[in-house]
Design a protein around this ligand. Structure first.
Ligand code: ADP
Ligand code: MG
Length: 355
């Protein structure tokens, strides 16, 4: 097992700051997910932890020992790459055995260990094949097996499922989850997929432009986002963001957008001025609402277990609501909605959370 600590870790590539003074403590045995849009520095962070990229400044320690000057092979960390990086001309067996041969493990022991890890990953029947003869999901298992067999104390996985189709991605996601539970080792997992982050992580690290925006459990990140970026990154469909005005009135704070006037009960007082109201699609109620706000349906997307209803107010896109599949409406219809006690968020013009 391994605890990994990053202190003011920084990486610059000729003028581009890829990772900016990152502080992070990755706990022993935890499943930590680094998530953020393409180019935010996820891969660079992972490569620095693995020792494949030298930090421009800052410290990396593994189990309390400084690791900056350790070679990748001395860090006892296994990395699974986005493109898998399997040797195309070696069989699956030889791909898996490679790391053990490098470590000069005795050939008889190599066979035992490769066969054991192949059973674990359900790829025994593939051992004689070449990577090109494996399906995407099988190749993914081979890449995991190749890392697993070296028995590292921590696993670093860089978007390992991004090349798989949606169904297979969900299956492999569950397998990786089960693997982590079985091994109880530290996993650092990189993805740009918010759903993968939410479902796999003990803790999520949200990155943007080389910086950490927020660290927290999936539910903390979802229900208490520190800013508009984090709020809009998580959830599908994404949180509705409505630009309007905050107004203090004798009856309390209110939010105005077009002709809408929405009370903001329970939100701490803020000065009058432009704000963005955030509300998750599942907090918008359409069914059985009377005395609510009026909007016009512009699109209905039936998804089977629920329907997405797109609403306009006046000439402007207002929000997306999640409705029961039984909710009957049609494009062009006028409907009433309310927030049914659902959570409302407020952001200032710079995207900082106000309430
Ligand atoms: P992510 O994995 O989140 O998509 P990366 O860590 O790959 O992001 O990249 C972060 C930033 O650093 C990007 O702007 C990228 O273009 C830049 N970058 C990454 N690797 C290199 C490199 N070898 N040389 C120059 N710039 C790089
Ligand atoms: Mg990347």
């Amino acid at each position: 097992m391994a605890e990994i600590r990053l202190v003011k870790l920084r990486k610059e590539f000729r003028g581009t700051v890829a990772v900016q003074d990152m502080n992070l403590q990755i706990k022993e045995g935890e499943f930590l997910v680094l998530v953020g849009p393409s180019g935010c520095g996820k891969t660079t962070t992972l490569r620095m932890i693995a020792g494949l990229e030298e930090a421009s400044s800052g410290e990396i320690s593994i189990d309390g020992r400084p690791a900056n000057d350790l070679e990748p092979g001395q860090r006892n960390i296994g990395m699974v790459f986005q493109n898998l990086a399997l040797f195309p001309h070696k069989t699956v067996y030889d791909n898996i055995a490679f790391g053990l041969r490098v470590k000069k493990v005795a050939p008889a022991d190599i066979r035992v260990q490769v066969e054991q890890v192949a059973r674990t990953m359900h790829i025994t029947h593939l051992l004689a094949k070449l990577p090109a003869q494996c399906s995407g999901g099988e190749a993914q298992r081979v890449a995991l097996a190749r890392t697993l067999v070296t028995n590292p104390s921590a696993f670093l996985l860089d978007e390992p499922l991004s090349n798989l189709d949606a169904k297979l991605r969900k299956e492999m996601r569950a397998e990786i989850d089960a693997l982590h539970n079985r091994l109880s080792k530290t996993f650092v997992y990189v993805t740009h997929d918010q759903e993968e982050a939410m479902t796999l992580a003990d803790r999520i690290v949200v990155m943007r432009d080389g910086r950490i925006e927020q660290v927290g459990t999936p539910m903390e990140i979802y229900s208490e986002p520190v800013n508009q970026f984090v709020a809009s990154f998580f959830g599908s469909p994404a949180m509705n963001l409505i630009p309007g005005e905050a107004r203090r009135t004798p009856g309390g704070l209110r939010f105005a957008f077009g002709g809408l006037d929405i009370p903001l009960d329970g939100v701490a007082p803020i000065p009058d001025g432009p704000v963005t109201l955030g509300v998750r699609p599942e907090s918008v109620r359409l069914d059985g609402v009377t005395g609510g706000y009026r909007a016009r349906v512009t699109l209905v997307e039936p998804l089977g277990k629920e329907s997405l209803v797109y609403l306009d107010h006046g000439a402007e896109r207002l929000l997306i609501a999640v409705a029961d599949p039984g909710f009957r409406t049609e494009e062009g219809a006028s409907v009433e909605f309310d927030f049914h006690g659902g959570r409302l968020y407020l952001f200032d013009p710079d995207g900082r959370r106000l309430g």
